[in-house]
Design a protein around this ligand. Structure first.
Ligand code: HEM
Length: 57
């Protein structure tokens, strides 16, 4: 888990940008590019708001 970023409390606008960047290939990571590939804009926004509202462990 050490290599994976924490998303809890991250700004939703930041998460939206990263997921769109992964989806469009502007940001490169083999796992995340695949994961983001099938997400539409509305889904990305809900994911971002969900994680943004979580508190860190
Ligand atoms: C098997 C599960 C997952 C693995 C192994 C994984 C792995 C990773 C890795 C390695 C990165 C950093 C990529 C880089 O260095 O450029 C990353 C970033 C990210 N992941 Fe995932 N991820 C997983 C699931 C998810 C899920 C379910 C979401 C949300 C739908 C997600 C959202 C993000 C976001 C928003 C970033 C950017 C974080 C930042 O810039 O701080 N990931 N992930």
């Amino acid at each position: 888990m050490e290599n994976y970023p924490n998303l809890a409390s991250q700004k939703s606008t930041y998460i939206v940008k990263q997921l769109k960047d992964f989806r469009e290939g502007r940001r490169q990571d083999p796992i995340m590019n695949n994961m983001a590939a099938s997400l539409d804009d509305v889904t990305i926004k809900s994911i971002a708001e969900y994680y943004s509202g979580q508190t860190s462990k």
